[in-house]
Write a protein that binds this ligand. Structure first.
Ligand code: AMP
Length: 140
């Protein structure tokens, strides 16, 4: 776990934020550089760097808060849907080394983009998929 991050400073009130939710283990606030109106970040209060590092009960807490806040965000900005995403590690574009779930509202105004637009995609044969699935099963 990292000692302190910009997000632990937000939780501690040392850096201002537009807080929308707080409970014992989780915290949610507006992204300072929003991708859409209502773009919100949900974090565990403890500064785990990646989702993989977190205890499962805390992952549960973060996703419980995410579901609850996604509903509130959609209602608040009148969005029919949200994209919910985690940049899980530096190579995935994670800038702040403290797990955060992005809740980004999407609108029916022609600007909505599915997450598949982020990737070029790959062609994998069925035996390659089977091999990858086996590798994932044996790495648990
Ligand atoms: P990521 O690239 O997934 O690590 O996203 C980090 C997010 O944190 C970005 O969307 C930033 O705009 C956001 N961010 C950074 N500093 C702050 C801050 N002080 N308050 C709110 N959001 C922040």
């Amino acid at each position: 776990m990292s000692e302190e991050t910009i997000f632990t400073q937000i939780v501690a009130g040392e850096i201002p934020s537009h807080t929308v939710y707080e409970d014992e283990t989780t915290y949610a606030f507006l992204d300072v550089n929003p991708l859409a109106p209502g773009h919100t970040l949900v974090i565990p209060k403890e500064p785990y760097e990646r989702l993989n590092d977190m205890p499962t009960d805390l992952i549960g807490d973060v996703f419980e808060t995410t579901g609850q806040i996604a509903e509130a965000v959609e209602n608040a900005v009148d969005a029919p849907a949200t994209t919910i995403a985690i940049n899980n590690g530096e190579a995935a574009g994670q800038e702040v080394p403290h797990v955060h779930v992005h809740i980004v509202p999407q609108f029916e105004d022609g600007t909505a983009k599915p997450i598949h637009t982020l990737f070029d995609g790959v062609d994998l044969a069925d035996d390659e998929l089977a091999q990858i699935a086996e590798a994932i099963r044996s790495n648990q």
